[in-house]
Design a binder for this molecule. Structure first.
Ligand SMILES: [Zn+2]
Ligand SMILES: [Zn+2]
Length: 303
């Protein structure tokens, strides 16, 4: 089975620190690499994380503040240098097209990679692939800023033993899958008798926003919610003024959305000790963890 995890490539907000690079988040999933918000220096963070950049095939830009996109150009150039042959899908708020173009063509290079742009101008499903459904929503950050939800499709898993017991073999299996039932020697066997549904994984990314109902909506029932928590509750006035979340607010979003796990990130440089942020959120949402550069979070085991 392929790796399925979230790799933190950076966890700072606007101002990086000695220990935290500009944010960047890689989700490795179904042989795809989904890169969220490549901040400055993301290319080098891949090297420290010992992950080869060509794993990336989708790049998501939540908004065009520098800490969320300054690494876009160098990532595209790196993929170009690595001569990747798969297309690179880029999702970003449509109103930021000119910034996207500037970042993409900021320097001289001979572009050979195939970049497929998905400018997003309205909330809802923005892409549906063989593996995933990708949804976006507009958050509240003073400028166009997108929150994301990626959901894997449900799959049906056959129980080999039950198939054998009921004498369902070879092409009969696909016939059963198509029809929902099959008759063998006068006996009717239904799909549910010999198989079960494996619920797809899901992740939501909510970075740079004030507390808002769209953040709760996009994170409904997800297995992992990656959310910003730039400040502690003691700085809630600052958070409001700068259109950001506190750890407490991120926890309320996770709780109201019914998420399974909350991972906090995008920390203000003022916090040296992240435990305070984790403790604040954990009081409301116990299954909270904090992002640290190069930390890896596998999808939580299913109960
Ligand atoms: Zn930011
Ligand atoms: Zn921002």
């Amino acid at each position: 089975m392929s790796i399925r995890d979230l790799v933190i490539l950076g966890s700072s907000s606007q101002q990086p620190t000695r220990y935290r690079n500009h944010g960047a988040y890689l989700v490795r999933w179904n042989d795809e690499g989904l890169l969220f918000d490549p901040g400055e220096g993301t290319q080098r963070q891949f090297i420290y994380a010992e992950i080869a950049p060509p794993v990336v095939n989708r790049i998501f830009i939540s908004h065009f503040h520098g800490d969320h996109c300054l690494g876009l150009g160098s990532m595209l150039m790196r993929l170009n240098l690595d001569k990747v042959t798969h297309p690179i899908h880029c999702y970003y708020p449509a109103s930021g097209k000119k910034y996207f173009d500037r970042l993409r063509y900021g320097t001289i290079y001979h572009e050979t990679i195939q970049v497929i742009e998905h400018p997003v101008d309205k909330a809802g499903v923005v892409d549906e692939t063989e593996n995933f459904r990708i949804e976006a929503t507009f958050l509240e950050h003073g400028i166009d800023n997108l929150g994301w939800k990626v959901t894997e499709k449900d799959t049906r898993k056959f129980d080999r033993e039950l198939l054998h017991t009921h004498g369902v073999h070879g092409p009969l299996v696909s016939q059963l899958e198509k029809q929902g039932f099959i008759e063998i020697n006068g006996k009717r066997i239904t799909l549910d008798e010999v198989s079960s549904i494996r619920k797809g994984e899901s992740i939501a990314v909510v970075i740079d926003t004030r507390f808002c109902k769209q953040a709760i909506e996009i994170a409904k029932g997800v297995r992992i919610l990656l959310a910003e928590s730039t400040y502690l509750d003691t700085e809630r006035d600052l958070a409001y003024a700068h259109h950001h979340l506190t750890a407490k607010e991120a926890a309320i979003i996770a709780q109201q959305a019914g998420a399974e796990q909350l991972i906090l990130t995008h920390f203000s440089a003022r916090y040296l000790n992240l435990k305070e942020l984790q403790d604040e959120a954990s009081q409301i949402f116990p299954n909270t963890q904090v992002a640290e550069d190069f930390k890896r979070f596998p999808f939580p085991k299913k109960k």
